[in-house]
Design a protein around this ligand. Sequence first.
Ligand code: COA
Length: 163
Amino acid sequence: MSAAEVREEAPRPKRLVRFRAMTPFDVAGVAAVERSSYQFPWSEGIFRDCLRVGYLCRVAECDGEIVSYGIVAMGAGEAHILNICVSGPVRGRGVGRQMLMLLIERAAQAGTQDVFLEVRPSNLHAIALYQSVGFTEVGRRRGYYQAADGREDALVLKLSLPR
Ligand SMILES: CC(C)(COP(=O)(O)OP(=O)(O)OC[C@H]1O[C@@H](n2cnc3c(N)ncnc32)[C@H](O)[C@@H]1OP(=O)(O)O)[C@@H](O)C(=O)NCCC(=O)NCCS
């Protein structure tokens, strides 16, 4: 067996994903993940505004690249998850769940009682993730989202945190 074959067979080291606060320097990387993930993406300006108004903004990076982000508005005992996203190649490896749990943990530390979010009824992976941590459907906003063929409803999900 050649040295090259031995190297190919060696197990690949696990790539470390690091979670931290988002800064203005991350916005270009965050917006790139956003554009590759959504048909109707947020602009860089929206992410800058989220930082400016003091929303909870977190990113996950791997090898210096942004691979996930989450944004939460908090106030009056409620938290609203406005965006949570994982880059395509990194999906299905637990990063989305870790990001979601981190956002919920921070909201709980800030004294939040209820966490809300909207999700497209067609987004089955996201719905499965939210339900698995205890979110339940509490409403529906008609025509909330832009869609290729008009508008799409949003499901409103809620998670009540223990006091
Ligand atoms: C939704 C999203 C954030 C999930 O992130 P992820 O890193 O892929 O999710 P995880 O690997 O942590 O998986 C968490 C759960 O999601 C669900 N899920 C994720 N990928 C799935 C797949 N391919 N098939 C079925 N369920 C899936 C499962 O319930 C999974 O739980 P499990 O691992 O115990 O089976 C990610 O798919 C994403 O960024 N999608 C595009 C943007 C988006 O739709 N964001 C949500 C807007 S409301």
